[in-house]
Design a protein around this ligand. Structure first.
Ligand SMILES: N[C@@H](CCC(=O)N[C@@H](CS)C(=O)NCC(=O)O)C(=O)O
Length: 280
């Protein structure tokens, strides 16, 4: 595998089990692997997710909306265990043909509406409830710029740096160097911006912060890939200040527990069906 003389063959062949930590679930085809309907709870919003950085973006927003008194944002959050292949059930593939969490179904419309891609879900909910995304065109454009910056950048952090630094079965210098360079550049983009802005779009906390915080906020607080020292994250002091401030919000503290099945037992909440679940 680490053969420096490797030459790609004319036609790539899939070798099952060559995906490192995710070997059991990675395959080169799309679609359902088994028949299984999704559960549906009593609230209009049904979320199917897991407490990864992409998952908690949505639960943070839902908890923030509820904290703002928007009762129609009540939701059921069902666990999709991606290491067990739940994302390939027929029910999940029906609402997200890309088989990745998070996915949301809104049952409050005439026809149930499925929304997938975390950025699209954040924008949908912010627009639906007129909250956490500015309504004026210039500010709204800034918010969507940073939201989409996150959607475009995080695969370099997760799929690139995180995969090769933390998950790959062997450590390879070339990809680790390649992605470390890019992740440190991204952190510097954020650091320079946050040196002059309280939140991503100024003094207004928005879905741009909720999208970026679970990835880059976790990274600078050494909660992602145990890479804090390697990346010298304390150098990005404005990102650290911003990350700490957002991490103190009670809605954020609730949001990161939803669909969590690892870590301290008191932090886990595999399913969420009401705000009372946080007390149990
Ligand atoms: N661009 C997507 C990425 C979602 C994503 O990568 N989800 C991961 C967990 S963080 C997943 O479901 N992986 C399962 C798989 O790859 O089979 C989004 O932001 O919603």
């Amino acid at each position: 595998m680490s053969d420096a003389s490797y030459q790609p063959p004319k036609v790539w062949q899939w070798q099952a089990g060559n995906g490192g930590k995710f070997a059991n679930i990675n395959r080169p085809t799309a679609g359902a692997t088994h028949e299984q309907a999704l559960p549906v709870g009593k609230h209009p919003l049904q979320l199917y997710s897991l407490a990864t950085p992409n998952g908690v973006k949505v639960t943070i927003l839902l908890e923030e909306l509820l904290a703002n008194g928007i009762e129609d944002a009540e939701y059921d959050a069902w666990l999709i265990n991606i290491l067990e292949g739940d994302q390939f059930s027929s029910g999940f593939v029906n609402i997200n043909p890309n088989s990745k969490i998070p996915a949301l179904v809104d049952h409050s419309l005439d026809e149930p509406l499925a929304v997938f891609e975390s950025g699209a879900i954040l924008q949908y909910l912010a627009e639906k409830f007129h909250c956490f995304m500015p309504e004026t065109l210039p500010k709204r454009a800034q918010c969507l710029s940073w939201l989409n910056w996150q959607m475009g950048s995080a695969p370099f952090l997760g799929g690139g740096f995180g995969h090769f630094y933390a998950y790959a079965p062997e450590k390879y210098e070339y990809p680790i160097n390649r992605y470390t360079l890019e992740v440190k550049r991204q952190l510097d983009v954020l650091n320079q911006h946050l040196a002059h802005h309280e939140f991503m779009i100024g003094d207004e906390y928005s879905i741009a912060d909720m999208a970026i915080w679970p990835w880059y906020g976790a990274l600078v607080q050494d909660n992602l890939y145990q890479a804090g020292e390697f990346l010298q994250v304390e150098e990005y002091q404005h990102v650290v200040r911003w990350a700490q401030k957002i991490g103190q919000r009670s809605a954020v503290k609730r949001g990161i527990r939803v669909n969590k099945t690892w870590g301290e037992e008191s932090e886990q909440l595999p399913e969420r069906h009401s705000s009372a679940d946080f007390e149990s």
